[in-house]
Design a protein around this ligand. Structure first.
Ligand code: PA5
Length: 416
């Protein structure tokens, strides 16, 4: 289903691995974060089914879902939907995101929208994120969601958040999540599960994939995650940049999710008051072979690269015609092969080049883009992030650094 291959020297010994494993086990047991429990939780499934029953009439008519949320409240959903949108059972519902305060985008994203055929889902754990509340106020006013179209609004938030209270007071349907699940680790809670169910995905399979990783990791059958974390943490001064080089456009948003997960979780001041972190870089193959690759091959040797590839994807019959064009004969060597094969061979050639140049490289291959593999990918990256955070001796789940700008914004708008 999914294979992990690493081509860098394993530098971790048995003792280091078991120490790290114990730390993660303890973190899970102590509920430092409750995301470890999500693969087993049926709560989001049950309560979403109830919501779908209660709102059956409205949902039967919808052709558009508008998600109002940002960061951990939107990126995971976007990542999974774009990995799976080719599946024939995905409902033909347009998924739009209101996450950016860019006024051009706000207008564009709402263009042609008919409220009668739309469900707005406001997702915010804290309930007070300024982008989300501002955009929520905008749609509340523009579409009369507090009066005429209340049934077209759903709120997903932490229980007891300010937003949960507001929803209660205004009789708005809300689904709540455990505050111990951080935003960027929340995609397997209501935050992702509810919209994904509405889109027609088989979310039980997503959870099954995540469960498989959880079980294997905690049975010590997935030590490659411990080894990779130890390698990254030990070498973070030498290789401070981690590139995720994904060979399918279906991973564009998965890469964006990874950038947030890695950046916001691992860039911290640790227990010894040292600044630590790993810089995530997102690349899509083969497009970025014509861009960032040059920097990896001949620039400073300060990057590790993970290749992400799918075995079964796309149509084998989409071929490069066996066509020779005068003056362009030098390109004939690919004639007659499928684009799928071309992409695979491009990935292999790039990967072999980097290995030969001593770039720490590893490869993740998924058999196909399915609900189960989406769950596997998401959960293995979450566990990997937790492992590195533990080795860095940081709080992986908070983000104190983003508060400074928020405070400044407030003072700019409240000055006399
Ligand atoms: O990962 C995180 O915790 C953050 O990126 C949040 O998801 C983001 O700031 C949005 O927060 P909220 O869901 O509270 O609106």
């Amino acid at each position: 289903m999914i294979e992990f291959h690493s081509f860098f020297k394993n530098t971790s010994d048995k003792k280091e691995k078991s120490l790290l494993f114990k730390e993660i086990k303890k973190e899970k047991k102590d509920r430092v974060s409750a995301y470890y429990e999500l693969p087993y939780s049926t709560e989001a499934l049950q309560t979403t089914k109830t919501f779908m029953r209660v709102r059956e009439e409205v949902l039967a008519k919808i052709d558009t879902l508008v998600i109002v949320g940002i960061g951990g409240s939107s990126l995971g959903l976007k990542a999974i939907d774009s990995m799976l949108s080719h599946l024939s059972h995905r409902r033909k519902i347009s998924l739009r995101f209101l996450e950016h305060t860019d006024p051009i985008l706000i207008v564009q994203n709402l263009e042609g929208l008919n409220v009668e055929n739309t469900l707005f889902i406001v997702i915010s754990k804290s309930g007070t994120t300024i982008e989300t509340t501002s955009l929520m106020k905008y749609v509340l006013c523009r579409y009369n969601l507090l009066s005429v179209h209340k049934e077209h609004l759903l709120v997903i938030t932490d229980c007891d958040s300010a937003l949960a209270n507001w929803a209660d007071e205004n009789d708005i349907y809300s689904l709540t999540i455990d505050p111990l699940i951080g935003g960027r680790f929340s995609v397997l809670s209501h935050v992702g599960i509810t919209p994904l169910m509405l889109l027609g995905y088989n979310v039980e399979e997503i959870l099954k994939g995540a469960r498989e990783v959880e079980e294997k990791f905690f049975n010590r059958e997935l030590d490659c995650l411990l080894e990779k974390a130890i390698y990254y943490a030990k070498n973070y001064r030498k290789y401070p940049i981690n590139v995720l080089f994904s060979y399918s456009s279906a991973f564009t948003h998965f890469n964006a999710w990874y950038v947030q997960l890695w950046g916001e979780s691992l860039g911290k001041i640790n227990k010894e008051s040292k600044s630590v972190g790993l810089t995530p870089v997102s690349l899509i193959g083969s497009i970025d072979q014509h861009s960032f690759l040059q920097l990896i091959v001949q620039g400073p040797n300060d990057k590790s690269v993970t290749f992400l590839s799918v075995r079964q994807f796309g149509d084998e019959s989409v071929l490069i015609p066996d066509m020779s064009l005068s003056s362009l004969e030098s390109t004939d060597f690919v004639n007659g092969i499928s684009f799928k094969k071309l992409l695979r061979l491009q990935r292999e050639s790039t990967m072999e080049t980097l290995i030969a140049r001593g770039v720490p490289t590893d490869l993740i291959i998924v058999d196909e883009l399915s609900e189960k593999t989406a769950g596997i990918l998401i959960f293995s990256y979450e566990i990997l992030t937790s492992c590195i955070g533990s080795l860095f001796q940081i709080n992986t789940y908070d983000q104190p650094g983003v508060e400074f700008g928020k405070q400044l914004l407030r003072s700019k708008l409240t000055l006399p």
